[in-house]
Design a protein around this ligand. Structure first.
Ligand code: SF4
Length: 328
């Protein structure tokens, strides 16, 4: 990583210590920090993600992506006077030895960044922890349950905080991997949607990805050189084999062509603008009541939302319980 050359971004004023991952340009630490922060700022401005006075929840897991996102969002909010009211929003899936430890990091981040923290747990919302779910169903479909529950939990937590917007730490590598996975599955409806920087429906709070064009390596380097306090252990229930293949393939491509990650995202964007694939969005007047789940009230295109369908299977043989919608 080190180089004797001068930094190309400040015209050799300082010595280059790193290479910018997307271009391999030699850079000093100071210019590298500005490069990443300006990249995120330009993404926010170009896509008009926020307006002054917006309440914005940063989805915070304690991992490197969301910790760097919290750091960069607070930095940009002050530097550019964005006028945002920032919050940290964490989901406690109930995974002993993983999420309990990472939440301790988020609690420290709350103090370090001076941003209020709200934690919402699966146990309070659904009556189940991931530990209990894995005990019941094993390690086969655990991430399906976890993904469906997390999506709803984030919406419910955001509603409790009364925010206008949720930002997540998905980076360029994550998005390029998803493009590849959708191509490999032949899922063209998802391929069309997966590069969108912002997702929103009438029923849900807009979510966006300010790191859409930021490489994972940049985030790791930023966290390392800024000495940020983050948690780096993988989930103990993580199988995710299919994404693992896409990730390994992407890393190989990146090693011979650093722009491959951005190239794949741009290819997905071109596909998005060129195609008119019919998207299956929740509709009013579906089998439920006006596009909402008859059991918990969350948006749904059929009678029960995905979480209630999954809970129905889990709860068989246990007293029937509803998602704690009244927690909102
Ligand atoms: Fe949940 Fe699976 Fe992620 Fe673990 S790896 S946090 S179980 S989605």
């Amino acid at each position: 990583m080190a180089s004797r050359k001068g930094c190309v971004l400040c015209n050799g004023e300082r010595r280059a210590l790193v290479k910018i991952p997307s271009t391999l340009a030699p850079s000093c630490k100071e210019c590298f920090f500005l490069h990443l922060e300006n990249n995120v700022y330009n993404t926010i401005v170009r896509h008009a993600l926020f307006k002054p006075g917006d309440r914005v929840a940063i989805a915070a897991s304690g991992g490197k992506d969301s910790t760097v996102l919290a750091h960069v969002m607070t930095t940009l909010n002050k530097r550019h006077k964005l006028g945002l009211d920032l919050f940290l929003l964490s989901i406690d899936e109930g995974i002993t030895g993983y999420r309990d430890d990472s939440l301790e990091t988020v609690k420290r981040n709350e103090q370090q960044y001076g941003v209020p923290l709200k934690i919402v747990s699966y146990e309070e919302l659904y009556g189940w922890t991931m530990d209990a779910i894995v005990k019941q169903i094993g390690l086969k479909n655990n991430c399906t349950f976890c993904g469906v529950f997390r999506r709803q939990a984030l919406d419910r937590g955001a509603a409790m905080l009364k925010v206008d917007h949720i930002v997540t730490g998905h980076n360029a590598d994550d998005i390029a991997e998803t493009v590849l996975m959708n191509i490999m599955r032949g899922d063209f409806a998802r391929l069309q949607r997966c590069t969108a920087i912002q997702t929103a429906t009438d029923e849900t709070i807009p979510r966006s990805k300010p790191f859409k064009y930021t490489y994972e390596k940049e985030i790791v380097m930023y966290a390392y050189f800024k000495k940020l306090d983050y948690f780096s252990t993988e989930c103990i229930y993580s199988p995710n084999a299919y994404r693992g293949y896409a990730r390994a393939f992407l890393k190989d491509l990146e090693s011979i062509r650093p722009s491959a990650i951005l190239d794949i995202i741009h290819a997905g964007e071109w596909y998005q603008s060129a195609q008119q694939v019919k998207i299956n969005v929740p509709v009013a007047g579906g089998a439920g009541c006006g596009g909402t789940c008859v059991r918990c009230g969350y948006m749904s295109s059929s009678g029960l939302c995905k979480a209630c369908v999954l809970l129905g299977g889990l709860d068989r043989g246990r007293p029937r319980r509803a998602i704690a919608a009244d927690a909102e």
